[in-house]
Design a protein around this ligand. Structure first.
Ligand code: NDP
Ligand code: HEM
Length: 487
């Protein structure tokens, strides 16, 4: 893409030279403007259509291109070609984001950060649409719209309301783990470079022999973890709303390329049924002691996008974009996400979103019989638009990308199975107990500051009870801190 201004005279969109770009045509010098002024009409009409719907979540973000390099032999676990050799490199595009804020909101806020990574592999694009936390607030996609409504603007006040946020969390005790994370130090990363990324869900890897494994991804920042306190963030958000976006762009311009060490946890499929936690529950981690992280690669970001609208706003990432050797797990959140993203893209960017330069495969080509629609570029030319055909057109491979997932039981509105040590609080308690005294002090202050804004005692009490169930000391200290603030 060119970073130069084009040479030659100014033209209309259809290429005709423009005589005057300062004055509209009018009937006499002081008269009304004329409909024959093609340039005026074209400019005003184009301007009216410059915005597309912002993402319903993760609207605010920044992105960069880079490289993923394999550093370990993972062929025993997956046949994905981009992971097939030590030293192999694949181009990537990584978009960071906040979740709740609108497109123009500030970067330095307490919110999870999106970590959406596109690998342009020779077998198609593989998207890993994760966050900077290994867990999430809920474990079933059916709760996602309600959850996000509480994070976004209230229909009456037009602002995010502590009442709504804490009402939902208190009534959804499975959120206790992620809420503990969010109000801890890592809830406000200093920059996008100084935080980890996680695939969060459990995914399936399958090797050449057709053996399947469950896998979780971790991206550990090589810059070190750096966070902002609530006070530092409030000041920065006011002074420099674009702080994270600017930091990423400027670091890359300076040649200080941020990098992450990529690790995976691997669970043989046979161990899943009897594991002490439900391995497909997105509110839980797999403790490292059970499944130690294994280093498999390095991720580096080294090129800024040239045009934010074309490459960042119109970029699309979908948890459904898998490649051979990688697939979904039965995680109920992930299953819901497999639908939600493609649907959002068709609404937000259009049916030909996959054809845009940032979204299309870079290391192979897409060969489909999908045709036409708004802004179709005619890429298929005269090629046959149906399959099967007798003209040598692309045909199916007969090899599924991933292995079948075993199922039992009847259809119904089921809760996810509970394993031996599963409850909504144990891992929130584990996180609380691993924090230092100072980290716990800040966690309690941050939570109390937010809870103190809630207008109803029953909502506050229910929320505190969840933290008490995670750890008696946690609940006791929080209750005292909230009482001190509410008087
Ligand atoms: P470990 O002691 O083996 O791992 C602890 C993990 O906690 C490390 O990954 C560490 O990340 C991370 N951590 C350290 N400080 C914080 C913090 N202030 N906020 C968030 N994470 C932090 O313990 P377990 O694997 O048994 O997990 C215990 C708890 O640690 C979990 O309940 C979970 O909340 C949290 N955790 C677990 C992860 C996992 O995949 N098992 C991943 C991240 C967090 P780092 O090395 O970057 O400092
Ligand atoms: C963006 C839905 C859970 C990470 C989005 C978008 C939708 C969506 C509709 C906007 C997509 C677009 O317009 O391009 C959902 C649903 C969820 C869910 C229905 C639960 C069932 C999660 C979870 C994570 C996550 C658990 C992380 C682990 C992201 C990220 C983006 C995003 C990173 C931004 C992608 C980008 O940069 O373009 N989500 N989401 N989401 N979501 Fe989710």
């Amino acid at each position: 893409m060119s970073d130069q201004n084009p040479t030659g005279p100014l033209t209309t969109e259809s290429g005709a030279p423009v005589a005057d770009n300062q004055n509209s045509q009018s009937a006499g010098a002081g008269g009304p403007v004329l409909i024959q002024d093609q340039l005026l009409i074209e400019k005003l009409a184009h301007f009216n259509r410059e915005r597309i719907p912002e993402r319903i979540v993760h609207a605010r973000g920044a992105a960069a291109y880079g490289t993923f390099r394999v550093t370990a032999d993972v062929t025993p676990y997956t046949r994905a070609k981009f992971l097939s050799e030590i030293g192999k490199e694949t181009e990537v595009f990584l978009r960071f984001s906040t979740v709740a804020g609108n497109l123009g909101s500030a970067d330095a806020v307490r919110d999870p950060r999106g970590f959406a990574l596109k690998f342009y592999t020779e077998e198609g694009n593989y998207d890993l649409v994760g966050n900077n936390t290994p867990v999430f607030f809920i474990k079933d996609a059916i709760k996602f719209p309600d959850f996000i409504h509480t994070q976004k603007r209230d229909p009456y006040t037009g602002s995010q309301e502590a009442d709504n946020v804490w009402d939902f969390w208190g009534l959804s005790p499975e959120s206790t783990h992620q809420v503990t994370w969010l109000f801890g130090d890592r809830g406000i990363p200093a920059t996008y470079r100084h935080m980890n990324g996680y695939g969060s869900h459990t995914f399936q890897w399958t090797n050449e022999a057709g053996e399947a494994f469950w896998v979780k991804y971790h991206f550990k920042t090589d810059q070190g973890i750096k966070n902002l306190t609530a006070a530092e963030a409030a000041e920065l958000a006011g002074k420099d709303p674009d702080s994270h976006q600017r930091d990423l762009r400027e670091a890359i311009e300076r040649g200080e390329y941020p990098s992450w060490t990529v690790q995976v946890q691997i669970m043989p499929v046979a161990e899943a049924a009897t594991y002490r936690f439900n391995p497909f529950d997105l509110t839980k981690v797999w403790p490292h002691a059970d499944y130690p992280p294994i280093e498999i690669g390095k991720l580096e970001l080294n090129r800024n996008p040239e045009n934010i609208f074309a490459e960042v706003e119109q970029s699309i990432f979908s948890p459904h974009h898998f490649v051979p050797g990688i697939g979904p797990s039965p995680d109920k959140m992930l299953q819901g996400r497999l639908f939600a993203y493609g649907d959002a893209h068709r609404y937000r960017v259009g049916i030909n979103a996959d054809h845009l330069p940032v979204n299309r495969p870079h290391a192979t080509e897409a060969r489909t019989y999908g045709r036409d629609g708004y802004a179709y570029d005619g890429r298929h030319g005269r090629a046959k638009n149906y399959e099967p055909n007798s003209f040598g057109g692309p045909a199916q491979t007969n090899r599924p990308l991933w292995e079948p997932i075993a199922v039992t039981g009847y259809t119904g509105d089921h809760e996810a199975p509970s394993h031996a040590e599963d409850n909504d609080f144990v891992q929130a308690g584990n996180l609380y107990r691993l924090l230092s005294d100072e980290e716990r002090d800040r966690l309690i202050d941050n939570l109390a500051g937010s809870l103190a804004q809630v207008s109803r005692e029953d909502i506050v009490d229910r929320a505190i009870e969840n933290f008490r169930k995670a750890d008696e000391d946690y609940g006791k200290r929080l209750q005292a801190a909230v009482q001190a603030l509410r008087g």
